[in-house]
Design a protein around this ligand. Structure first.
Ligand SMILES: O=C(O)CCC(=O)C(=O)O
Ligand SMILES: [Fe+2]
Length: 352
């Protein structure tokens, strides 16, 4: 296929109005021009060139909007639906409950070369496969954020440490406003110590390379595991500043400003759902996909599908540093297989 035209490569030369002094002339016209031929105007030539260029690129445009692996699927209209399994919640702001866009499969295997163990491991903090899902709040998907072997390494290290997940509760609220963590988050999880494991440490540094938040602001990485049917209801990763019970968390490095939620396995899909069908535009009336363990952001209308090595990344605070309620999100239950994930949280100041 032709490469796109650079501005000026065809049209840049000023067109001389009179024939070149070197061209042979017949009655003041170039010799090769038939006498009945009216020279097209500059505007006509420009219009023809633009039309030809557009025609040449139609297959590219079509591929961009239709290729099921490469782009964020954009729905024709926001789909209005709730998150059916998630009723009753701690957040004070009701979710608008629209998940209109779904981020699906990467088109390439971006995970690179596998490694045998730390001796064979080369820390690579680069990344590719970056997609902007939403501008404000900033949300992105990074395919191939993990390299081959890293996800398995993390899961192996985490398995002996896994325990029932906790949530930071608003215990200065009346009982009816508090959440029951056992019902709110049914998964298990484990926190790693920082800077001990070279592979985990490299992943911390990769996150730093991506967001620009300093390494010392990074919390110990947290692994989460969902058995089929387990979930994490809509919540924020930041610590709502208005609650006294959050102050202890906030003293340890200030607010959480970014989240990377990294998928450590390809979660089994419910029967009848084809993986390569996922990213296609959803019809406005369609329900969100329940059963695939996606991460849903009901206030923004985004759903990110788990894919091994992919990171969902978002900024938890607004541009002026306020807790951003729009980042409300849920880990929906995988129904046909387990789901492993990794939280990388970065604080506004040095974490201790
Ligand atoms: O499981 C998910 O998709 C999201 C998990 C999450 O939000 C969390 O662990 O804070
Ligand atoms: Fe979260």
């Amino acid at each position: 296929m032709d490469s796109p035209k650079r501005p000026g490569s065809t049209l840049g030369k000023p067109k001389s109005r009179s024939p070149s002094p070197h061209a042979p002339l017949t009655n003041g016209k170039p010799a090769h021009a038939p006498s009945h031929f009216h020279r097209p105007s500059l505007e006509t030539i420009l219009a023809l060139l633009v039309a030809a260029s557009l025609a040449l690129h139609v297959p590219t445009y079509y591929k961009l909007v239709s290729d099921p692996g490469s782009l964020l699927a954009i729905s024709r209209a926001p789909a209005a639906f709730g998150i059916p399994f998630l009723s009753g919640s701690r957040p004070t702001t009701p979710a608008k409950a629209t998940v209109a866009k779904r981020f699906g499969d990467p088109d390439d295997d971006l995970l690179g070369e596998p490694f045998d163990g730390p001796a064979d491991y080369v820390c690579d903090t680069s990344f590719s496969g970056v997609h902007i899902l939403n501008r404000d709040p900033l949300m992105m998907a990074i395919d191939g954020f993990l390299r081959k072997g890293e996800a398995e390494w993390i899961v192996d290290k985490a398995k002996p440490l896994m325990a029932r997940s906790s949530v930071v509760d608003v215990d200065d609220q009346p009982r009816e406003k508090r959440n029951d963590s056992s019902e709110y988050r049914t998964s298990t999880s484990a926190f790693f110590d920082r800077r001990v494991d070279p592979i985990l440490h490299c992943i911390e540094k990769r996150a730093v390379a991506f967001s620009g938040v300093p390494l010392e602001n990074t919390e110990g990485l947290q692994v989460v595991h969902y058995q089929p049917g387990q979930y994490y209801k809509p919540h924020w990763d930041y610590f709502p500043r208005e609650f006294a019970s959050m102050q202890e968390q906030l003293r340890r490095g200030g607010q959480r400003v970014t989240t990377f939620f990294v998928y450590l396995n390809d979660v089994a899909l419910p029967p009848g759902v084809a993986r390569d069908a996922l990213p296609k535009p959803m019809s406005p009336t369609k329900e969100p996909l329940i059963g695939a363990g996606s991460t849903q952001f009901p206030n923004v209308g985004i759903e990110v599908m788990p894919r091994k090595g992919r990171a969902a990344f978002w900024w938890d605070v607004t541009i002026d540093g306020k807790d951003d309620e729009r980042t409300l999100h849920a880990g929906t239950p995988p129904t046909h297989g387990e789901k492993w994930g990794l939280n990388i949280w970065q604080r506004e100041e040095s974490f201790f």
